[in-house]
Design a protein around this ligand. Structure first.
Ligand code: ISL
Length: 558
């Protein structure tokens, strides 16, 4: 019998990127003590669950998404005892803790990989994918492409007679999940953390763990050649079900998968409660509304109509198929939301941030808030590639480095799209490093830290944080948000996102303007408004026109 109580449906999850959240010992690098010192801040916001991006021991090539020891903590973050303290203190405040489970790959410094490469007859050799190359071992085994713009096969050194597979950087070798011992190791890791008291996992690129075993070259594509062999692979469901039955079901925990390039049909299966695999999984279909083929560098003008269509599809899917899904606009891989999705991070930054919050937090699903989003932090506006640390950004640049003109042409785009935009240190006040640390941080602080920081936001009459607080209160108060159905209105309107939520108890009406100008409300709706009570708005306005980026939430009891 599963011990799951499905608490995740009532969760409001705050994502912490630990190296950039709060530095408790002033070494320029965020840590667990820093997080503990901000628990009251998070409690007051109203969240009841934290997702920690990886804090495990790691060489930090991909900021911890390259794990060298799953059962220990990277020393700059602290110790296992610090984590125990964090769990205890968070639990005392009614806050649950999710760890980031990165098990598609390990670090190349993981003991398993080190043993695998030092001795071919070691059992650890079969923990990874080693293959002979083509053309006398001069060419990789196949033409698969990876996520960071480079090939997916590397040799440990020039003389190696085999290549190993890595879908991300060469320091992140992929685990061979076909090997039952690997799966046992993962079960063991899950149980270790669950026994320590964590409440669940965000599962990194979990839909890549099963690969088609022919390892043949595939027809070349513009991006991710070979991905049909490694995205949602043949044994994915079986592997996930094993984790569920051998570990997850014994604890009242939850999982949220990061499932890249997955369709609704894929997630229907992965998150079907009857199948006992994942509780929910991220889709990126809405955040990909401003690019082509899910590739952020291939920019496309954002269309609200397209965005609404995606949300409509997913919200209706929840009801039809009895699944659940996460709601989000930001994470550590995405650009900041304010300034994106047609909004403005300058003159109308505050209303933009509040309107975006309203647009997704009143939907059915579990909302995620990424650190800094609650005060409307903006992109970093990098001017120079040397300011950027992210391995993905540098790999992309290197890929283009051979050609001077290509490099010149794309550098601006790469700076704008760099994941470091959302990874700058959290700004707590206007002191030299934004109150994040007393020492120069690992990544530069946002230049607007004097204007955009927690202290200043809380002092403002138009505090974004307080607005989030109210949205969270509303979520807790009105059952219609969790249970009600979803109805999209004015689907062809290119400026307004308007929807209704309905259950036996009440009807909610949400109005969001994505326009940087004053616009009129549709006539029919204006007449209807009298029947509702307005419970939240980001302007002091209740007229028949909407201010730039205005948002309103109305309720009507049946
Ligand atoms: O960030 C991306 C593009 O800029 C995505 O393609 C990203 O690489 C993909 O969503 C997988 O992300 C996850 O796994 C990566 C890690 O670098 C990301 O930070 C993580 O969220 C490898 O572990």
């Amino acid at each position: 019998m599963s011990k799951h109580t499905n608490w995740y449906k009532d969760a409001i999850i705050y994502q912490i990127y630990p190296r950039s959240f709060c530095d408790g010992n002033d070494d320029g690098f965020g840590d667990i003590k820093g997080i503990i010192s901000k628990l009251d801040y998070l409690k007051e916001l109203g969240i009841n669950c934290i997702w920690l991006s990886p804090i495990f021991d790691s060489p930090q090539v991909d900021n911890g998404y390259d794990i060298a020891n799953y059962k220990d903590i990277y020393p700059k973050f602290g110790t296992l005892n610090d984590v125990k303290e964090l769990i205890k203190k968070a639990h005392n405040l009614g806050i649950k803790i999710l760890m980031d489970l990165v098990v598609n790959h390990t670090s190349d410094k993981h003991e398993w990989f080190l043993k695998a490469i030092s001795d071919k007859s070691s059992p650890y050799h079969d923990y990874y994918y080693f293959k002979k190359g083509k053309k006398n071992n001069k060419k990789p085994p196949n033409n698969w492409q990876g996520f960071f713009g480079e090939g997916t096969w590397s040799k440990v050194d020039e003389n190696s007679d085999e290549y190993y597979l890595h879908l991300f950087s060469k320091e992140q070798p992929d685990l061979n999940w076909e090997n039952p011992k690997v799966r046992k190791e993962v079960v063991d890791i899950l149980r270790f953390w669950l026994d320590l008291g964590v409440d669940g996992f965000r599962c990194d690129v979990i839909n890549l763990i099963s690969k088609k075993q022919d390892f043949k070259s595939r027809f070349p594509k513009l991006i991710l050649t070979g991905s049909d062999a490694y995205i949602n692979g043949p044994r994915l469901h079986e592997f996930l079900h094993q984790l569920y039955t051998e570990a997850l079901k014994d604890y009242d925990c939850m999982t949220v998968g990061e499932t890249v390039f997955s369709s609704m049909e894929d997630l229907k299966k992965l998150c079907d409660p009857k199948r006992e695999e994942l509780d929910m999984a991220f889709s990126f279909e809405h955040t990909d509304c401003d690019n082509y083929f899910g590739v952020k560098y291939l920019k496309r003008k954002f269309s609200l109509k397209r965005f609404k269509k995606v949300i409509n599809k997913w919200e209706n899917n929840i009801d039809k198929n009895n699944i659940w899904y996460p709601l989000f606009l930001e994470n550590h891989d995405q650009r900041r939301s304010v300034g994106r999705f047609l909004t403005d991070d300058k003159k109308f930054r505050r209303p933009s941030a509040m309107m975006l919050a309203t647009s997704y937090m009143m939907l059915k699903g579990t909302p995620f808030i990424y650190q800094g989003q609650e005060i409307g932090m903006t992109n970093a506006y990098f001017e120079n590639v040397d300011e950027i640390k992210d391995v993905e950004t540098h790999n992309m640049l290197n890929l283009c480095s051979k050609n001077y003109f290509v490099r010149k042409l794309i550098t601006k785009n790469i700076l704008e799209q760099s994941r470091d935009n959302a990874r700058t240190p959290m700004c707590w006040d206007d002191s030299i490093y934004g109150g994040f640390s007393k020492k120069e941080p690992w990544l530069r602080v946002n230049k607007n830290k004097n204007r955009i920081n927690v202290k200043r936001d809380l002092e403002s009459h138009h505090s974004i944080y307080r607005y989030y607080q109210k949205l969270i209160e509303i979520r807790k108060k009105y059952s219609v948000i969790k249970n009600g159905n979803f109805k999209l209105l004015y689907k062809n309107n290119k400026n307004l996102f308007i929807y209704k939520r309905n259950d036996n108890d009440s009807e909610m009406l949400v109005i969001c303007s994505f326009k940087n100008n004053i616009i009129k409300l549709p006539n029919k709706l204006s007449i209807e408004l009298d029947k509702y009570e307005c419970i939240l708005k980001n302007y002091n306005n209740d007229l028949n026109y909407l201010m730039p980026y205005e948002a309103r939430v109305y309720i009507k009891r049946h």
